[in-house]
Ligand binder design. Structure first.
Ligand SMILES: Nc1ncnc2c1ncn2[C@@H]1O[C@H](COP(=O)(O)OP(=O)(O)O)[C@@H](O)[C@H]1O
Ligand SMILES: [Mg+2]
Length: 318
């Protein structure tokens, strides 16, 4: 069952130098209890998409078309206040740098406890602080860390605090935007394990990363974004073993161990300027298989095998 349905979502940034087409006509579902990862190079629109789900697309960004359906409501239409209530309670989010969401001047225990007070779950600070200490243990930190300030903790510990805050009210969805990118590999693994634990308890995870290997290791499904477009979506096996879109194939070849290739083949060229994206298929300037139609017409998303979709003109020939 779909927990969240994103339909024809387009998001623009209205900058002084032009309109950035950051997310363009993206549709997909986040299923109940699944781990879905969005992968793609930096600048492909992953964070913008994630922010839109919690109503936090930063100015000068705006959702221009589309719907985000959750519990029978279209989140795009909600007021700031209604969205605030959903954020934290039904949908939690963690960011690459936990310092952006933590208050440097307050003890972390109080910052966790505040979630219970703010959402009216508890009225007594004493109880809320107790719950905060329990939560600390749940994310693998000793209870006494409650009295620490963010700067007294390591990057990995701070990310655990951010996860504790995001998970305090047991949201149905945890959005994690590059949560381990700033951490070393060993700490990264422990954070991934922590999220796996929440998934086992039924939380859906929307994991955003530029690291395809990491996504392949942890997800049920993988969505590939390129230049604001969803270009492919399928189960991990479908996407990794039988990639359909030339961009996905190039991404896989750029990861050394995924296909057992020793040499990394980086993708030639650059992500296009999203103020003026290429006509036709946005990937055509970098695509080794591009033909005339790719320069002229935008490819539709087609379902090539059950649950495995991609948008590429070449797929029609199969
Ligand atoms: N606040 C902003 N103002 C203007 N453009 C932005 C802003 N944030 C992101 N963008 C642009 O939107 C596009 C998508 O960015 P983003 O969603 O951050 O991608 P990703 O998370 O995949 O790296 C990029 O072209 C980026 O430059
Ligand atoms: Mg990002």
């Amino acid at each position: 069952m779909a927990l969240i349905s994103i339909r024809n979502l387009s998001i623009h940034y209205y900058t002084l130098s032009g309109i950035v087409h950051a997310v363009d006509n993206v549709s997909f579902d986040i299923l109940e209890g699944e781990w879905i990862s969005i992968v793609g190079e930096s600048g492909s629109g992953k964070s913008t998409l994630a922010y839109s789900i919690i109503g936090l697309v930063p100015p000068p960004g705006r959702i221009v078309t589309g719907e985000i359906l959750f519990n029978g409501r279209n989140l795009v239409k909600l007021s700031r206040e209604e969205m605030r209530r959903i954020r934290g309670k039904d949908i939690g989010m963690v960011f690459q740098d936990p310092m952006t969401s933590l208050d440097p001047l307050r003890r972390v225990g109080d910052q966790i406890a505040e979630v219970f007070i703010e959402h009216g779950v508890l009225s007594s600070w004493k109880e809320a602080r107790e719950r905060a200490r329990e939560l600390l243990k749940k994310v693998g930190l000793p209870g006494d860390r409650a009295s620490y300030y963010p700067h007294q903790l390591s990057g990995g510990q701070r990310q655990r605090i951010a996860i504790a805050i995001a998970m305090a009210l047991k949201p149905k969805l945890l959005i994690a935007d590059e949560p381990t990118t700033a951490l070393d590999v060993i700490v990264q693994d422990t954070i991934m394990d922590l999220m796996e634990g929440f998934k086992k308890q039924g939380t859906s995870i929307l994991f955003i990363t530029h690291d395809l290997a990491l996504a392949a290791e942890h997800s049920d499904r993988i969505a590939v974004m390129y230049a604001g477009k969803l270009v492919e979506l399928g189960s991990v096996d479908q996407v990794i073993d039988n990639p359909l879109h030339p961009y996905t194939i190039a991404l896989i070849k750029s990861v050394p161990d995924l296909w057992g290739e020793k040499k990394i083949k980086s993708i030639p060229g650059y992500l296009p300027d999203l103020r003026n994206p290429p006509r036709g298929c946005r990937f055509h300037p970098r695509c080794p298989f591009a033909r005339d139609i790719c320069r002229r017409e935008e490819p539709e998303i087609i379902e090539v095998e059950k649950g495995h979709i991609a948008s590429c003109h070449l797929l029609k020939k199969r």
